[in-house]
Design a protein around this ligand. Sequence first.
Ligand SMILES: *Cc1c(COP(=O)(O)O)cnc(C)c1O
Length: 456
Amino acid sequence: MDEYGNSGEGRATRRDEAVRAAVEQGLLGPDSPIVGLLDVTGIRESAAELRAAFAEVTAPGTPVLHAFAVKATPLVPVLRLLREEGIGAEVASPGELALARAAGLSPAQTVLDSPAKTPAELREALALGIAVNADNPQELDRIDGLVRSAVSRSPLGIRVNPQVGGGSIGATSTATATSKFGVALRDEGAREWVVRAYLDRPWLSRLHAHTGSQGIPLSLMAQGVAETYALAEEINRRIGRPQIDTIDIGGGLPVNFASDATAPTYAEYARALREAVPGLFDGRYGLVTEFGRSLLAKHGTIVARVEYAKSAGGRAVAVTHAGVQVATRTVYVPGSWPLRITAYDGKGRPKSGPEVVQDVAGPACFAGDLLAEGRALPLLDQGDYAAALDTGAYYFAHHYAYNSLARPGIYGFVPDRATGVRFATVRDPQTLASIVAESGGAHAGALTTLHAPGSR
Ligand SMILES: *Cc1c(COP(=O)(O)O)cnc(C)c1O
C-alpha cells in the first residue's frame, strides 16, 4: 500500500457503507431497484494521484493539461468535480463539448479529438479557441480553410497512429496497423507527409497519439509515446526551431477489474514513460494527457435489487435489475469485460455464508443478459442486492435503451459524521414520460399519415 492507499481498503469500506446508507435512506428499495453510486472521495484521490505522478517526472514549470476523456463518464457533475481538481476535458462530439461547457470548463482546458468532425464542429472549436487534433489529411484541409478565413487561438496538431500494435482486446486497441484513428505513421509515405504538413504550416504546434486502451501493456503504451516523441524531435529538427511545443500522449491506462487495488498506478506509468522517453520531460515540451477509464472506473458501483431468486437446470439464478442496459460490454463480451460482483442482504449489509455457484441475471428479455455467469457468491435471495464493481467508467453512464429500461439514478457519496454517508444527486432516474418522449411520443400518428401512391 503506498501513500494513496492503492490497496483499495478504504475504497471497499466506503462502498459498503454507501450501499447500506442507500438502502437506509431509501435511494434503493422495492420501488427504486437500481442505482449507480459514485465515490467522490475516490475520484478526488485519483485526480490528485494523476497530478502528482506527472508533477514528479516533469521539469519545474512544464505546462501540463490533464484532460479527462469525457466519453468515459459523460456526466456534468463529474466534469465539474474534476475541474475543481484541476482536470480539463477531452471531447469527441458536439454532445461532449456541450457537457464540458455546461460543467464550466474553459476552452483552454478543453481538447477536441474525434475521427468524424464536421465543418461546423471545427469552425466552432476554432472560434472558441479549443485545441484540435486533426485526424487525417482531409480534416487538415478543412482546418487550412478555417485558419485562412479567421484568426484562432486554438492550439492545433495532428493525431498520428504509431502502429505499435494492439493488446488483448481488439475493440479498445487504437494503435494497430489498420486502426481507424489518426495518420498511420508506418504506411508508405505517411511519415514524410506529416513532416511536410508541419513544414508548410507554422501554426501546427502539437502532436497527438492515443495508443491505449484496456488490455494494452504499459511497455507498449510507452513505446507509442516514444515513437510520437521521436517524430516531434524529427519535425522540429527539420524545421530548425521548436515548432511543436506540446505533445498530447492520450490516455488509455488500463484498469484492474480483479480486485480493489489500483494497478497500474499513474505513478508507475509516469515513471515508465520517464524511463522510456526522458526527453519528453526535460521541459522543452508541454504535455497533454487524456485519461478516462483510469480516473473513474474504480469509483463507480451499480447496485441492483434481486427481484426473484430461482433455479434452472440445477443452477441458482438471481434475477436483478442490472443487466445489459448498464453493463453493455460485459453482457455482450463477457470474456473481455468480467466484473466483480458483491452480495448484500436486504438491509444493504455485506452477505456472508457459503459460496454457491450462481448466475446474476439482468432484467432484459434475452437469455444472454447476465452480469455474471456461474459465479461463486453467497447465495442471493429475493430482496437482497447485487453490486457490480468498478463501473464508474463506460458502464452506468452509458445507458443502452434495450427493453425501454429506464436510466437509473446516479448519486455521489461521501462519508458523513451525522448520517454516516451523505448523497448528492448526479442524475435523476429517468421517468416514463421521458422514455415515451425519446421514443417518438410527440409523433405518435406520424406513420399512419403516410400512404404509398394507390394504396388507399
Ligand atoms: C477514449 C479516448 C481516450 C480515453 O481512453 P481511456 O482508455 O478511457 O483512458 C483518450 N483519448 C482519446 C483520443 C480517446 O479516444
